[in-house]
Write a protein that binds this ligand. Structure first.
Ligand code: NDP
Length: 434
């Protein structure tokens, strides 16, 4: 019986994991016992709430807020908040499901969750964003806590929003606790958390190339997105000698045939962070090509790193990338490749890593932020970066261990699914039918 057939992205994510585990489950039939698979697919708790706030014109606005607490077998619920007009319960269930396995891969004691609202921060004033965040936290605060559920950022939720959410939570709970991650370093945030997903992605790709005796230096990489993940991935890739030939946003692609320079990246970060500017305006100001309405996947590259959003790279894009010589694809975003695109890469023998492995660096450092908050001892950037690198290497090793094929190739999707599922499933079975 197919529950909630309209939740298309959730079914896509669930099918990817369950089909990927087909032969593994065949040889481990005890995982079919105790309703394990049915329980994995059903969130432990879903909270849906009204978020009412007053805009700058004195009008009342009403949005819908959510928190999907998917699975707490391995630790307190953990996962980001997304503020974007496209947010639905189905989107958040897919993200919370993926998060459960991603968090397991980090080796840290973290359950899986996701939340957010159909609020669009674009075009809102500072005051409106703050009032929305305060209204959102006024309900969410009842359901979260440092030992219960620890949200972080995601699309549309960065350091500014986490600050407002944390502030309101502190006011209501009368506690200064590690209830959110991605906090500013002045009030309990971990150094390197903003960089972690993008840097972690670069570290993971480095390991992928090493399986073929290659290095990052001199490779051409097409990136999509120009938010938290994409910009820090670009920064680390530049440091490792990669030519970054594109970034994008929902309006089009910034094409950089000669490669992004460190100076141009610094100007772009300033444009995005200080002025919340758009890529089209940046391209116009710097005399660069902006491909209106296009994604970066028709550009000639060796490596493709989709870092914007789900299903942003389809089978035709995969075909075009392969035809143009792309041999390595690692997901910075969550499920950016459609199922057909992922299959195309795998069948063509390209290196392909699913987001639950390659973008796990962000939640890994969130887990490290929780450790620092619990002990009240901050770590240096070098220490956090070293731990991040080690965790990404361990995730890569787990993918190789469980995903190595007879011909020597690595099926990263299978490896990640088997490694993560094994951990979550064992903990669920040990804790009984709950
Ligand atoms: P940001 O909000 O910082 O940036 C998102 C970027 O993606 C923007 O450039 C945005 O463009 C673009 N984008 C968003 N929606 C769409 C769309 N529908 N079509 C085209 N472009 C779009 O988010 P993050 O960088 O934090 O997140 C990006 C992805 O990475 C998401 O899938 C997220 O779940 C995933 N992720 C993030 C982690 C983190 O630590 N932040 C950790 C692990 C995964 P525009 O401004 O025009 O909307």
């Amino acid at each position: 019986r197919l529950r909630d057939p309209e939740q298309i992205e959730f079914h896509q994510a669930a099918a990817e994991v369950l089909h990927g585990l087909d032969d593994f489950l065949g040889s481990h039939p005890h995982f079919f016992d105790h309703g394990l698979l049915e329980r994995l697919l059903e969130p432990e708790r879903v909270i849906l709430f009204r978020v009412s706030w007053v805009d700058d014109h004195g009008h009342v606005q009403v949005n819908r807020g959510y928190r999907v607490q998917m699975n707490s077998a391995l630790g307190p619920y953990k996962g980001g908040l997304r503020f974007h007009p496209s947010v639905t319960l189905g989107t958040l269930k897919f993200l919370a499901f993926e998060q459960t396995f991603k968090n397991a891969l980090t080796g840290l004691p973290l359950g899986g969750a996701k939340g957010g609202a159909d609020f669009d921060p674009k075009g809102k004033s500072e005051g409106e964003v703050m009032r929305f965040c305060q209204a959102f936290a006024s309900e969410l605060f009842r359901h979260i806590g440092a030992e219960t559920d620890v949200p972080a950022g995601d699309i549309g939720v960065g350091a500014r929003e986490i600050g407002y959410l944390f502030g309101q939570h502190k006011r209501l709970s009368n506690q200064f606790s590690g209830v959110f991650t991605g906090k500013g370093p002045s009030y309990g945030g971990s150094l390197m958390r903003p960089e972690a997903t993008g840097y972690g992605l670069a570290y993971f790709v480095e390991r992928m190339l090493a399986t073929r005796g290659q290095t990052l230096a001199g490779q051409r990489a097409a990136l999509s997105g120009s938010g938290n993940v994409a910009l820090y991935a670009a920064e680390k890739l530049l440091a490792l000698g990669v030519q970054v030939i594109s970034l994008s946003d929902s309006e089009g692609t910034l094409s950089l045939p000669e490669g992004l320079s460190p100076d141009l990246l610094a100007a772009l970060v300033e444009h995005k962070h200080q002025r919340r500017g758009r890529l089209a305006a940046f391209a116009a100001n710097h005399g660069l090509d902006f491909l209106v309405g296009q994604r970066p996947w028709r550009l000639r590259c060796d490596i493709a790193l989709p870092c914007a959003t789900q299903n942003e790279l389809d089978a035709d894009d995969a075909e075009a990338l392969l035809a143009n010589g792309c041999f390595c694809v690692a997901e910075g975003a969550n499920m950016p490749c459609s199922a057909q695109a992922a299959q195309r890469f795998q069948r063509a023998g390209a290196l392909y890593a699913p987001g639950k492995a390659s973008n796990a660096g962000g939640v890994a450092v969130s887990g490290l932020e929780m450790s620092q908050n619990a002990t009240h001892l901050p770590w240096s950037a070098q220490e956090v970066d070293a731990r991040l690198r080690r965790i990404m290497e361990e995730i890569h090793e787990a993918c190789v261990r469980h995903g190595a094929q007879p011909d020597g190739a690595v099926d990263y999707a299978r490896g990640a699914n088997v490694a993560a599922f094994g951990k979550v499933a064992a903990a669920m079975l040990a804790q009984g039918v709950i």
